[in-house]
Design a protein around this ligand. Structure first.
Ligand SMILES: *Cc1c(COP(=O)(O)O)cnc(C)c1O
Length: 434
């Protein structure tokens, strides 16, 4: 490994080239380092807990492809499964055995999910689940929470957390007022606002959509009783409840937040971990709701590469390796890191709040707990940028935005964690404006 303080001539050159032919040089905005400044690192390979960039600099990775790589980069079994599936035929546009096995695995893990449909991205999963909810209820309106991200489908791209927040875009041009007129945005953890929405729009509300734990504005847990409240009020008004587990599914526990927090959603969206690092996502729910989908029911939803055999093989292999031992390992690693960082910031006199649920956590430079999007916005994002670059120089690759959660994998070792704590101690002591 070369020193992480190395300069980045190759990434600089690639970034110039990329910007000529790809908007901003990236295929997804947060990769561009706009929230922290500087040149994004172009990655050339990943192995276990580490990524190496095009300049040959190796980093301990806490992005892990933004969540999917829960077993680390290039896990041998996942790689093997993908290679075998590719060799035997990468796509048929016809059903395959693996799709049943994946659906059975998801159904076995997630309470209340009886049927599953595969799609290719979390965006599609949430968008399709909303369509089913509207089809099921014959209603139009969706309640979503400020700072929750459900992908970039038009109707859901309102106060949508990390990516848009990093770029300080309240909403996106190109999304028409018509597309969002049925979206009601309320603050997270604000039960009175949800009640008010139902009072005003009661019989028009098709679905409440939420992340079970807000993980696209750092990490903001649901306050005690919130999920029970959402379940009850939606049921009372004949609306459905969509829990978007694209981030949390198969990460917080075997059955995701639905299992860990004892939720009773009508619809659940999956992505990220479910695909093992390949483009695969899914949504599911009880039979009577899911059978509204074509070809059984009238709600149309489709995809040329949906349930792609290579992605399914990789995702299924990864899921099967995620047993109770894996989850307790992830929890241990997260605990060790959070304890170490908390001590490091305290020693340096840097006010910092680290919020977590299971192994998922977010860091805010602020002195009080964050309970909603306003709080996440109010944290010191300039200080986060300084911390990010300090850590990068120490060989630690964190999310390039203070609105993102951080990810450990089972491939991280205690030594990795301790090195990351030592790096934070060094960097915390140098942060400006302490
Ligand atoms: C990442 C994410 C999505 C979007 O998934 P993509 O695969 O990026 O389209 C949707 N919902 C949540 C909660 C997410 O974290």
């Amino acid at each position: 490994m070369t020193s992480a303080a190395a300069s980045t001539p190759t990434s600089d050159r690639l970034f110039d080239r990329a910007q000529a032919v790809i908007p901003g040089g990236v295929n997804s905005p947060v990769r561009a380092f706009r929230g922290v400044g500087g040149t994004p690192r172009f990655m050339s390979n990943g192995k276990g807990s580490r990524v190496t960039d095009e300049d040959g600099t190796s980093y301990l990775d806490y992005v892990m492809s933004w969540g999917p790589l829960i077993l680390g980069h290039a896990h041998p079994d996942v790689v093997q499964a993908a290679i075998e599936a590719t060799r035997t035929g990468s796509s048929y546009g016809a059903p395959t055995r693996g799709e049943i096995e994946l659906a059975e695995e998801i159904v076995a893990r997630v309470p209340g999910v009886e049927m599953v449909r595969c799609v290719s991205s979390g965006t599609e999963a949430a968008m399709s689940a909303i369509r089913v909810a509207r089809g099921a209820t014959g209603r139009t309106k969706v309640i979503k929470f400020a700072g929750h991200y459900h992908g970039h489908a038009d109707s859901l791209l309102v106060e949508a957390g990390s990516g848009v927040a990093t770029l300080a875009l309240p909403n996106s041009p190109g999304v028409t007022a018509g597309a969002t007129q049925d979206t009601i945005v309320v603050p997270w953890n604000d039960t009175a606002a949800v009640e008010a929405a139902f009072e005003e729009y009661g019989d028009d509300i098709a679905v409440i959509a939420c992340e079970p734990v807000a993980a696209n504005m750092g990490l903001v847990p649901a306050q005690p009783g919130l999920h029970g409240f959402l379940r009850q009020i939606s049921r009372d008004h004949g609306a459905l409840l969509l829990v978007d587990e694209v981030m949390t599914g198969f990460r917080l526990a075997r059955g995701g937040a639905t299992e860990l927090l004892g939720l009773e959603p009508d619809l659940v969206a999956f992505g990220k971990v479910v695909g093992g690092g390949f483009p695969l996502a899914a949504f599911g729910g009880p039979r009577e709701v899911m059978e509204l989908l074509a070809p059984v029911g009238p709600v149309y939803q489709a995809g040329t590469l949906s349930g792609n055999p290579v992605a399914v093989a990789a995702g299924l292999t990864q899921l099967r390796l995620l047993d109770e031992a894996a989850y307790s390992r992830l929890d241990q690693l997260a605990t060790r890191l959070i304890d170490g960082w908390t001590a490091a910031f305290a020693a340096a006199g840097v006010p910092a709040v680290i919020q977590r649920v299971a192994s998922l956590f977010g860091l805010y430079f602020t002195s009080s707990p964050v309970t909603d999007f306003e709080g996440a916005r109010a944290a010191d994002h300039e200080r986060y940028a300084a911390f990010f670059h300090g850590m990068l120089r120490q060989g630690v690759y964190l999310p390039p935005s203070g609105y993102e959660a951080m990810f450990v994998s089972t491939a991280h070792s205690e030594e990795d964690i301790d090195a990351t704590i030592a790096a934070a101690r060094t960097v915390a002591a140098t942060l400006p404006g302490r």
